[in-house]
Design a protein around this ligand. Structure first.
Ligand SMILES: [Zn+2]
Ligand SMILES: [Zn+2]
Length: 359
C-alpha cells in the first residue's frame, strides 16, 4: 500500500509499505477514505521533531475517516464496512489518565499519536491507504450517515480541539473575544465563540486570506503585521481590552501578543502547539493583572468527539467549509509545500487516498 513518509526536513514523499495487520485483539484496520494535513504536521515537516522521526520510514498524518476492513477478535463494537474516525492520540480508555479524561496522556500507550514518530509511540500515519487502529474501541467514533467524509476528518483533531479552547475560555455572554492564529482550529474556535454569546470578535493573523475568512463571520480583523495591532485592539475596545483570547497559532510571539490583549482578570486559552522550551514569561505582569492562563495544545480530544459530531449533525458548524485545497495521496509533497508556505489562501488541505468509497 501507499503511505506518506517523512524523508527529511521539508521533504515528504510516498513509499510502498506492507499492509497493516491485526497485532492485538482490540485492533481494527481501516481503509482510509479521506485524510488531511494539520498545522501540527508542520512542526514535523519543518524538522522540529527531526531527531525522533525515522527518515524514509516514519508515517505521517493523524486526521482520518475510514472504513473498517478487519477487526480484532475482542472488538465487538465495529464490523467490517463500518465508517469510523479516530482521535489523533491513541488512548486505552482504562488507565488512570484516561479515566480522568486526560486521554492524550494515556499511560498505556505512553502518549501515542498517529504519524508523529518514535517520541509518540512510533505509529503509522493516516496519510496512507490503510491504517491500524490500536485500542480501537477506546478512542474512535462511528461516523453517522449524515456526516460527510469532508466533515468527518475534522473529528480527529481540529473540531474537538476548538471545543476545548472555547470551553477553557469560559466565555460569558457579552464578552469581547479575540482569536490569535486563524488556521483551521482558530477559525473553528472563532465560529464556536460566536455561538457562545461573544458580543464582539477580534481575529488576528498575518495571512490576508485567513483574515478574510474570519471577516465572513463578523469578526473585526486585525493583521498582526501591523506594528500597532495591540494598540488597535485597545482603542477599539475603548481601553477595556479583551475578556478572552484564544490562541491557536503555536508561535511564541503569538502567545505574548495574546496576553497583551487581555484586560485585568482576562483569560488566555491556548490551543497552539509548542515544542521545546526557553521562552520568558513575564510572571509579574501575569500576577499584577490577575490573568488566567489555560494551555491545552496537547488536547484530550477523545471527550470532545461526541459533542463535535452533534455540532456537525445539527448544522451548528460545518467545518468542511474550511477546506480550500485537495490533493491525491500521490501529491502529498505538493500538499505539504503549499500548506507550509501558506500560499493561495490555504486553510485546510484534504488528501484523497486512491480507491475507496468517498462521500
Ligand atoms: Zn491535527
Ligand atoms: Zn489510557
Amino acid at each position: 500500500m501507499k503511505a506518506a513518509v517523512y524523508k527529511g526536513i521539508r521533504d515528504v514523499g510516498i513509499r510502498e509499505k506492507d499492509m497493516p495487520t491485526i497485532q492485538h485483539p482490540d485492533d481494527v484496520i481501516i481503509r482510509v477514505q479521506r485524510t488531511s494535513i494539520c498545522g501540527s504536521d508542520l512542526y514535523i515537516y519543518r524538522g522540529d521533531l527531526h531527531e525522533t522521526m525515522g527518515p524514509g520510514e516514519s508515517g505521517l498524518g493523524h486526521e482520518m475517516v475510514g472504513t473498517v476492513v478487519e477487526v480484532g477478535p475482542s472488538v465487538t463494537r465495529y464490523r467490517v464496512g463500518d465508517r469510523i474516525t479516530a482521535a489523533y492520540s491513541v488512548s486505552c480508555g482504562s488507565c488512570p489518565s484516561c479515566r480522568l479524561g486526560m486521554t492524550a496522556h494515556c499511560e498505556t500507550t505512553n502518549k501515542a499519536v498517529y504519524g508523529f514518530g518514535r517520541a509518540f509511540g512510533n505509529l503509522e500515519g493516516a496519510q496512507a491507504e490503510y491504517l491500524r487502529i490500536p485500542h480501537a474501541e477506546a478512542h474512535t467514533e462511528r461516523v453517522p450517515e449524515t456526516i460527510s467524509d469532508d466533515q468527518a476528518i475534522f473529528l480527529s483533531c481540529n473540531l474537538p480541539a476548538a471545543i476545548t479552547g472555547v470551553e477553557n475560555a469560559q466565555i460569558q455572554l457579552g464578552d469581547y473575544v479575540g482569536v490569535v492564529g486563524l488556521g483551521t482550529t482558530g477559525q473553528l474556535a472563532l465560529r464556536l465563540a460566536a455561538n457562545r454569546g461573544a458580543a464582539r470578535l477580534f481575529a488576528l493573523d498575518r495571512v490576508p486570506a485567513r483574515l478574510a475568512k474570519a471577516a465572513q463571520v463578523g469578526a473585526q480583523t486585525i493583521p498582526v503585521s501591523d506594528p500597532n495591532c495591540v494598540e488597535q485592539v485597545w482603542e477599539l475596545t475603548a481601553g477595556h481590552g479583551l475578556d478572552v483570547v484564544i490562541e491557536a497559532a503555536g508561535q511564541r510571539d503569538a502567545f505574548d501578543l495574546a496576553l497583551q490583549l487581555l484586560r485585568p482578570g482576562g483569560t488566555y486559552s491556548g490551543l497552539g502547539v509548542y515544542v521545546g522550551g526557553g521562552h520568558p514569561l513575564n510572571i509579574g505582569d501575569v500576577f499584577l493583572r490577575d490573568l488566567r492562563i489555560f494551555t491545552y495544545g496537547f488536547d484530550n480530544t477523545r471527550g470532545h468527539m461526541w459533542p463535535a459530531i452533534r455540532l456537525i449533525e445539527r448544522g451548528v458548524i460545518d467545518p468542511a467549509t474550511l477546506i480550500t485545497h485537495r490533493f491525491t495521496l500521490d501529491q502529498i509533497a505538493d500538499a505539504y509545500r503549499l500548506f507550509d508556505q501558506a500560499e493561495d489562501g490555504v486553510i485546510k488541505v484534504a488528501v484523497h487516498p486512491p480507491g475507496g468509497n468517498h462521500r
